[in-house]
Design a protein around this ligand. Structure first.
Ligand SMILES: Cc1cc2nc3c(=O)[nH]c(=O)nc-3n(C[C@H](O)[C@H](O)[C@H](O)COP(=O)(O)OP(=O)(O)OC[C@H]3O[C@@H](n4cnc5c(N)ncnc54)[C@H](O)[C@@H]3O)c2cc1C
Length: 543
């Protein structure tokens, strides 16, 4: 399958195309440049759009006294609930400190303590203070600022904004040889075109827009994962969608991106209460309000069901200097008529992070030669069933560098583009709202065979809403539908509860499910298999 789109009307060439300008794409592009290869960085909207700039809490790295990569690894494995690939976690935590130092050398400025050291705080699931933050709660903005400045300074990176990547180009040997894209531009590069390249790095971020309420921005429609599926790659762990427990509750029926109340607020002493002002996390987990995210989200969901309420509250009134420590959160609360120093903050869970994605090895290689994936769009196995807070910015920094190194060693140039015989598809944009409602209602925090079967049937019917009008909305909707079907299919298959996947009909974890569910497309239909947790560098990675 491929997206229905006009034949490319313009063409260009480079060594590597990087798709996406978040922490993963920017880091990968800069690292590739250190190997002297030419890069075209394409991004769907303005260059600073994506989840990265919204990241509040920070970046986790074992930099503090008494901390170690080993301790960071243990906390990551615990949060991942048995499904992490220990070798991917090892890479993340041991190469993390160096990757953060590289980011600082590129100009990122983190908050300091009174003694002038980088201030380290704690978030849910971390047993040590190891979270670097910037501008109080504006870490992502600073990371993005520093990386964007470095990219702008590099003449070897050509940036194309408002460029929505549609599909991969295939070579006559069946390798990835570039991308097709639609540019809202001017002059010769306007409309649908193609970029031929030796390698393509997908760094398109998350897929939160599959759900009705999400912390993710509007660009997070999972385009890269859908592209990879259509190109023949495998995806894994897509059933593990992290629902952030504390998202500002904006009232019944609110849709799209919702403001996040970072875990760091609980790290600084805030706690959850229900409508009767009872602290319900105290008896729920030894870490109480700082339990891993899935535990907190489930407990909130339990409270909401038990008492027939649609939100709970965060009590942050005891935090001294709230407005200085959390300026962004303070501002978004004030904009909604809540003063966190005086009022309880209404919160409810919303879709936040995709732990799964394009299955890659430790060098970011997908199962299709020439196609790499980095950041939230990839499944390295480092997050398992549930990502540990603040490990995702880190993942982009660490694996971006590894991908660049792998490309430098193995890049094949001048591939011959094959003619594309794939069947074109396009779904009408009117399906988008329906997909989101179905997914939030039937495949959200709590799932069951009944709810997932309903979702599967309703999504299947939406396939019939065909469109002949290729444009951003129909391309994104087509991607969202494919991803929703992949999530539901894996969630139905996994008959247990683990990490961020909670089946009320199978409430316990089951060791028989210590496997990954991989999915791929053949003739437009999803196929799946149970795969081992670790990639032992099988044949599919040797390209
Ligand atoms: C509100 C919020 C708070 C968070 N807080 C933290 C935190 O404190 N710490 C932490 O570690 N993580 C946090 N996360 C998660 C983290 O921000 C993301 O996982 C991470 O930034 C993802 O980076 P990325 O580069 O993979 O994707 P993104 O930053 O989302 O970038 C994706 C890029 O791909 C582009 N793109 C998408 N589709 C296409 C297409 N078809 N063609 C071309 N370009 C495309 C987008 O425009 C964008 O530039 C938070 C996330 C959110 C939403």
């Amino acid at each position: 399958m491929r997206l229905l789109a006009p034949t490319p009307g313009w063409s260009m060439k480079c060594d590597v195309v990087v798709v996406g300008s978040g922490v993963a794409g920017l880091t990968t592009a800069l690292q590739i440049r250190s190997h002297n290869l030419s890069v075209v960085l394409v991004t769907k909207a303005n260059i600073d759009e994506g989840s990265t700039r919204w990241a509040q809490g920070g970046i986790a790295a074992a930099l503090g006294p008494g901390d170690s990569p080993q301790d960071h690894k243990e906390d990551t494995l615990t949060a991942g609930a048995g499904l992490c690939d220990p070798s991917a976690v090892e890479v993340l935590v041991s190469e993390g400190p160096e990757a953060v130092r590289r980011l600082i050398a590129r100009g990122a400025v983190f908050d300091k303590s009174d003694t002038g050291e980088i201030a380290l705080t704690r978030e849910g699931g971390h047993l040590r203070n190891r979270i670097l933050h910037a501008g109080g709660d504006a870490t992502g903005l600073e990371v993005s600022r520093a990386l964007l400045a470095a990219v702008r300074d590099d003449n070897g990176i050509e940036v194309i904004e408002h460029a929505l990547v549609l599909d991969a180009l295939l070579s006559e040997e069946g390798e990835i040889a570039g991308v097709t894209l639609h540019v809202i531009g001017e002059g010769s590069r306007d409309g649908v075109g193609q970029i031929e390249s030796g390698a393509v790095v997908i760094a398109t971020g998350g897929l939160g827009q599959v759900f009705a309420q999400t912390t993710n921005p509007s660009v997070s429609t999972g385009d890269g994962v859908a592209l990879a599926l259509r190109a023949g790659a495998r995806v894994a762990d897509v059933e593990f969608i992290q629902f952030h427990p504390t998202v500002l509750f904006l009232g019944e029926g609110s849709k799209g991106q919702q403001p996040l109340i970072s875990e760091a607020v609980r790290g600084e002493g805030a706690f959850l209460v229900n409508h009767k002002n009872e602290r319900f996390m105290s008896g729920a987990h030894p870490l109480k309000d700082l339990a891993p995210r899935d535990v907190v989200a489930k407990e909130i969901e339990r409270q909401m069901r038990q008492h027939g309420i649609d939100h709970v509250f965060l009590d942050a009134r005891g935090i001294q200097g709230f407005a200085e420590r959390f300026p962004t959160i303070n501002q978004s609360c004030l904009e909604h008529g809540i003063d966190p120093t005086k009022d309880l903050i209404p919160v409810a869970p919303a879709s936040h992070y995709a732990s799964g994605g394009i299955r890659v090895n430790l060098n970011g290689r997908s199962t299709v030669p020439g196609l790499y994936a980095c950041g939230e769009t990839a499944c390295t196995g480092a997050h398992g069933a549930n990502r540990l807070a603040s490990n995702s910015l880190l993942e982009g920094l660490v694996f971006g560098a590894r991908i660049a190194f792998d490309i430098a060693l193995s890049l094949k140039k001048d591939k011959k583009i094959a003619s594309d015989r794939r069947r074109p598809i396009l779904v009408d944009p009117s399906a988008r709202r329906k997909i989101q409602e179905v997914m939030s209602r039937e495949a959200g925090v709590v799932r069951s065979r009944e709810s997932l079967t309903r979702a599967k049937e309703e999504l299947h019917k939406l396939r019939d809403l065909r469109s002949k009008d290729p444009h951003t909305a129909s391309w994104e909707t087509t991607n969202l539908l494919l991803l929703a079907e992949a999530i539901v299919s894996a969630a139905l298959m996994r008959e247990e509860s683990r990490g961020s996947h909670w089946r009320e009909d199978f409430p316990a974890s089951d060791d028989a499910w210590l496997v990954r569910i991989e999915e791929w497309l053949i003739d437009g239909e999803l196929h799946s298999r149970l795969a081992p947790l670790s990639i032992t560098e099988g044949l599919e990675w040797r390209w």
